[in-house]
Design a protein. Structure first.
Length: 562
């Protein structure tokens, strides 16, 4: 017997058989539906107290019967016919509802998403159809669909459907707007809907700053942020992160915007991602996957690629169960880039073996870096490590001080691979020339994924082994105080860090005088510069020499209530 889709829970076996018998009722190719079939749908709808959706192709064959609304019973994209953007899918949906009102927006967006020939709404009252609505797609800038006024059943069933659908397709082709009906947007960039969930332990400011940062992350991963949805909850829903009502809102907005990716502002489990994808019908990733994707794009050297692959595998290993996709999901969208072609059905020990191999290579990389650091120590050249939040301007500062050519861009994680360059400073009093090595390290971020911390331990050891640290802060960023706290939090997790440090506020040319004066008062020992405008660099050089020569303690950072 043919399958009945949708929510069949609570439906009697005899009622299921009634629905299955409807598959045998072929409809005329030149009519939307017969009166007899419409009344049969209304009678069953009344009996089961649920709407029914019946999907019919242009030959009049009933290809799918489901219990639920058009939005709840959509045909999966892979099961829809592949047709050009100027043509409709060749499938119409006939649905029943109890209230005498036009279709809701969710049903109309479902029609657009599937490019249905038409959506027919039968108003089922007293076990029979009293009136109906006919809805179809139309290339209009104000609204992509047309809803008819209420029709009698006779008026509906007398419509010459074959001629109507050909006319609609001609209008779409002539308008040249067929793309608005396409299932997929032809673009190199993901169209992203962000979802933020604020729990009681997160302040409003921290939550909004996190969402703003997520926008930057997605843009750095070459995605297009279409909109952001927010929900405030006491605690995260264990199965779907957000509640059922919010899932429906996300689904509706995603379809309306034609998004092809949902990004959550927090880590979500594999089961949560799977549940959300089943409910929404769109791929779902979390913040960590976006960061990993950026790292996969940015890695240039062999060691960088090695560490990125290790981070990806360590992140994916606990998520293998039930993911249902290739492990690396090699592709061209956020969360799909990265090395490796092992598939999920491969036994877990194969993946663990690869992780072990990569960890051994990272250990070799650590040993190699240790030898290089030993050579530096023999030369007795002091080393300063540039640390700071991502996009604070560390690489730009390294370039202007050492004439290096490290890649820089106004994006998060523009550079991953550590770079060490020598800077020669002339002491003003003695005119003695002294050399210092500056090491640019990978940028930090709030809640840096543990997989990245572990994989990049060879890189982060450049900080541990340095003689002192220069903590670069982007003073022009509205959340600079939070950035300082996040960097210090990550540094505290390291086994040991240099005792001597200097905080440097960058981009002062983009800050108003009032803010600058306040911060100078709060951080009297700090240095204020603009790397791009070359402001304050001589002061920084002199303070760097003092930092190395004197037994300076780590500068205390004022506590704040951020």
């Amino acid at each position: 017997m043919q399958k009945i889709y949708g929510n069949t829970q609570g439906i009697k076996a005899s009622q299921i058989k009634q629905l299955q018998r409807l598959y045998e009722e072929n409809q005329p190719a030149d009519r939307l539906i017969t009166p007899e079939f419409a009344q049969a749908l209304a009678a069953i709808t009344k009996e089961i107290h649920h709407p029914i959706c019946c999907y019919i192709n242009r030959r009049g064959q009933i290809i799918r019967i489901a219990i639920g609304t058009p939005n709840q019973t959509q045909i999966p994209p892979e099961e829809l016919p592949r047709r050009s953007a100027e043509r409709l899918s060749g499938i119409r949906c006939v649905t029943t509802q109890f209230k005498s009102e036009p279709p809701v927006e969710a049903s109309l967006i479902a029609m657009m998403r599937q490019r249905l020939d038409a959506l027919v709404i039968l108003i089922a009252t007293d076990s029979e159809v009293k009136e109906a609505f006919l809805t179809y797609l139309f290339p209009d800038r104000e609204s992509p669909w047309v809803i008819s006024p209420p029709l009698s059943l006779d008026d509906l069933t007398e419509q010459e459907f074959d001629e109507l659908v050909h006319e609609w397709e001609r209008e779409i082709a002539d308008a040249g707007d067929g793309i608005f009906l396409s299932q997929e947007i032809v673009s190199d960039q993901d169209r992203v809907l962000l979802v933020g969930v604020q729990t009681e332990d997160v302040s409003v400011q921290r939550f909004e700053d996190g969402l703003a940062e997520l926008v930057r992350l997605v843009e750095s991963a070459k995605g297009i942020v279409l909109d952001t949805m927010r929900q405030k909850r006491d605690r995260i829903h264990p199965q779907t992160v957000v509640g059922k009502g919010k899932i429906e809102e996300i689904t509706l907005l995603a379809q309306k915007l034609r998004a092809n990716l949902i990004v959550f502002d927090r880590d979500i489990s594999a089961s949560q991602a799977r549940n959300l994808e089943q409910e929404i019908g769109i791929r779902v990733v979390d913040r960590t996957e976006v960061i990993l994707d950026i790292f996969a794009q940015r890695a240039r050297t062999q060691e960088g690629k090695l560490q990125v692959e290790l981070a990806q595998l360590e992140y994916m290993l606990p998520r293998l169960r039930g993911r249902g996709q290739e492990m690396s999901r090699l592709g061209a969208g956020i969360g799909t880039r990265g090395p490796g072609e092992t598939k999920l059905e491969t036994e877990r020990r194969t993946i663990q073996r690869r992780i072990g191999q990569l960890q051994e290579e990272v250990n070799q990389l650590q040993a190699h870096r240790a030898r290089i650091r030993q050579q530096r120590q023999q030369q007795e050249i002091p080393v300063l490590a540039l640390v700071g939040y991502t996009n604070a301007g560390k690489s730009t500062l390294l370039n202007v001080l050492t004439n290096a050519e490290v890649y820089t861009a106004n994006q998060l994680f523009a550079t991953l691979d550590p770079t060490t360059r020598k800077v020669v400073i002339t002491e003003p009093e003695t005119q003695q020339r002294r050399s210092i090595l500056l090491t640019d390290t990978v940028g930090f971020i709030h809640e840096l994924p543990p997989a990245l911390m572990d994989a990049f331990r060879a890189t982060l050891e450049e900080v541990v082994e340095a003689d002192a640290m220069i903590h670069v802060v982007d003073l022009s960023h509205p959340a600079w105080e939070s950035h300082i706290a996040s960097v210090l939090e990550i540094l505290e997790e390291m086994p040991e860090i240099p005792e001597k440090s200097l905080i440097v506020f960058n981009k002062v040319d983009q800050v108003d005088s009032e803010t600058l004066a306040r911060v100078q008062q709060e951080y009297p020992e700090a240095v204020f510069i603009s790397a791009t405008q070359r402001l304050g660099l001589e002061t920084l050089k002199m303070r760097s020499l003092q930092l190395i020569d004197e037994p300076v303690k780590a500068i205390a950072v004022p506590q704040n209530s951020y």
